[in-house]
Ligand binder design. Sequence first.
Ligand code: ADP
Length: 394
Amino acid sequence: MDVLVLNCGSSSVKFAVIDPVSSQEEVSGIAQRLGAPEASLDWKRHGKKDTRPTPRAGHEEALRAIGNLLNELGLTDELIGVGHRVVHGGSKFSGSMAITPEVIAMVEECIPLGPLHNPPNLVGIRVAQELFPGLPQVGVFDTAFHQTMPPVAYTYPVPHEWLEAHSVRRYGFHGTSHRFVAKQALHLTGLSPEKHRLVTAHLGNGCSCAAVRDGKSVDTTMGLTPLEGVMMGTRSGSVDPAIIDHVAKALGKPEREILDALNKKSGLLGVSGLSNDMRTIEDAAARGHERARLAFDIFCYVLAKSLAALVVPLGHLDALVFTGGIGENSVAVRARTVEHLGFLGLTIDPHANATHGRSQNGRITEEIRPQALVVPTNEELMIAQDTAEIARRR
Ligand code: ADP
């Protein structure tokens, strides 16, 4: 009993076949460099890696190549459904949904909010419906978990017509990851599923934080788009929006290009001038590279300020959860960030932090309340579990 999980991005398609009960992954992989001569399909099965060239394959060809591969591996007979990661569900989805023509129409309506992501997500749905006509298809939305935010958290202090006429509000992203790690954190800490106050920090190439009260997201750092909030690999996070007009005039460039630079040339990359990758930043900072050190310092400082702000809607903090590539692996980012947050009663346990809290259920701080802990995320498993549950109900 397996689920095919599809994550169609702008230039790649990630896929995995997962048993939602045992969490066992039968195969996982990525079709990448789509559209380029060197496009390829790369996968891993039982620990063994393999690849095949798919020159100039676009999304459709890549999805068909994935379908063929699953057939060759004999994995299609066990499938009970296909789960699709959909990035922007606007205000239309507060949970995962069986894909119907109405759901597809609503995802299409959200294209202006997620112009880079929703179109490839829709291609994934259409081609998967063709390839697996009898199987239930389920949409799992990055924005859905944050739909429980109250108006005070999601309304921007801008002319109200922008919200009413153009849906300008905070939506938040990484919802599947925040939901997954919040749930895991309850198992690990023994906190009550009915009563808890968590702050979750998803720190990957994109970074966002969320305040989770009694299983519900009550605030988050990303906004209308994934540009807002904390500093990221190439994204600035929150900055004064007047920067756009100022720099556009100074450089004689269109505002669109400046916005593009805030998305693709800022963050760790912009400040360091070196890399968007935290490992490179940490290595260079250790060797005395001044701007890498500054990038690291800003990253942790801004992160800590945002995490502290998320305690406001919670009133108090039971646990702070680190996840994502940086959150799960960077001993230095966690140590510095927790140091900034000492006033909340968090004190790092250096030994536990160095071993990612593995010997004490993820906990990397000295006290039990509040505590900081490391929880590896698994968005694919969450998508597989939602898909299996919805498929079962049909
Ligand atoms: P994505 O958002 O693309 O899924 P990941 O969650 O894989 O990204 O996170 C990528 C980030 O994790 C990169 O900045 C990378 O440098 C960082 N990272 C991975 N391993 C380590 C490590 N050992 N130390 C510090 N940073 C790490």
